[in-house]
Design a binder for this molecule. Structure first.
Ligand SMILES: [Zn+2]
Ligand SMILES: [Zn+2]
Ligand SMILES: [Zn+2]
Length: 350
């Protein structure tokens, strides 16, 4: 073979995914991103400063970003294309295979950043209903706009909150990644939803929600449209799952009042989190919505996951190492105990 890398050189500057034949899943590789400047400024790794405006923040209104663009003086939410995206919409189409074990293909995508508010210090847990509604509407508008791009088959909206989760900037914001393929976790969930519906003619998460509401052992809080539970199979100590009560597949299916209620439930669970260890609680959260591949995906049930790393206090975190990396996840505190502790906490900022 003339190319000892099996054609791999054609992918060196291109976002692509590589197949892991042992785990049968994909890893995303973004080699072009090594050109970005180092952004992990040490001083921004501190807890939120309480500043309404930070002249050094690249997300605050009117400020210059690392790529040289200047943010408008926005007064509500603000979305822009990530200056150093992991994915590019125009990645040249390439695919390589070697012996059915070296498998890679280029991956097209969009990476955007969505600021929740002009306020540098205003977390979801502290927002007013109107401010929360603006964030929910931003998510819905982004989902709809990205879904309209023919090549986009999955939209991942997620928030990394706090330095422990790798968020180098405390200004509340989310990321929105749109891919040409469905990533590992939603792809697995899609298979589970489809199998369950094939076998029972019902919905996996509708049925699970009914069990949780009947048992009432792991329910943290609810409103007319959403329920927060610590899932029976939770891995992270205070992991939660936000389930819509109605069987819908995407944020764009929410009614007007349900969009208000989504903001309400997210504020309530994040306030409980903040009150748990009296700290601005770090987490990764994200929505899992139906693929945007043109199919209806009636089997899919809209939900959000919260994965918080803290275990016992503001400084003691759970590590996923050793057996968790090599064997399977393990936990000490039971999901029932975690749910009880979260359910007992106040929903007002203390
Ligand atoms: Zn800011
Ligand atoms: Zn359902
Ligand atoms: Zn999910």
């Amino acid at each position: 073979m003339s190319d000892p890398g099996g054609g791999l050189s054609s992918l060196h500057g291109t976002p692509h995914r590589r197949f892991n034949p042992l785990l049968r899943e994909w890893v995303l590789v973004s080699p072009h991103r090594t050109q970005r400047p180092w952004l992990g400024k040490v001083e921004t790794l501190a807890a939120p400063s309480g500043l309404r405006y930070d002249p050094d923040c690249y997300l605050c209104p009117g400020n210059e970003r690392a790529g040289g663009d200047r943010n408008p003086k926005y007064i509500s939410t603000f979305v822009f294309d990530n200056d150093y995206p992991a994915l590019l919409p125009d990645a040249p189409v390439t695919k390589i295979t070697q012996g059915n074990l070296i498998i890679a293909e280029s991956e097209a995508g969009n990476c955007r950043v969505g600021c929740f508010s002009p306020r540098h210090d205003l977390t979801i847990s502290q927002m007013s209903p109107a401010e929360l509604r603006a964030v929910v509407d931003m998510w819905k508008d982004q989902f709809v706009a990205l879904e309209e791009l023919k090549w986009v088959r999955h939209v991942q909206i997620f928030e990394n909150r706090g330095a422990l989760m790798g968020a180098s900037n405390p200004h509340p914001h989310c990321q929105i990644w749109a891919n040409a393929t469905v990533p590992n976790f939603p792809a697995r969930e899609l298979n589970s939803f489809q199998d369950y519906t094939d076998q029972t003619n019902s919905c996996l998460l509708c049925d699970y929600l009914q069990l949780e509401l009947q048992r009432n052992e792991r329910v943290v809080c609810q409103n007319d449209a959403f329920v927060v539970v610590v899932p029976f199979w939770a891995v992270w100590p205070f992991e939660t799952l936000v389930l819509s009560k109605r069987h819908i597949a995407a944020i764009s299916d929410l009614s007007d009042s349900e969009r208000d209620l989504l903001g309400d439930i997210l504020r309530r669970i994040t306030t409980r989190y903040d009150n748990l260890f009296q700290t601005s609680f770090p987490y990764s959260m994200g929505f899992h919505q139906r693929p945007t591949d043109g199919n209806a995906h009636a089997e899919w049930h809209f939900h959000a996951h919260y994965f918080p790393p803290l275990l016992r206090s503001a400084t003691v975190q759970k590590f996923m190492v050793g057996y968790e990396m090599l064997g399977s996840p393990q936990r000490d505190i039971t999901p029932e105990t975690a749910a009880q502790r979260l359910a007992e906490l106040a929903e007002t900022v203390s």
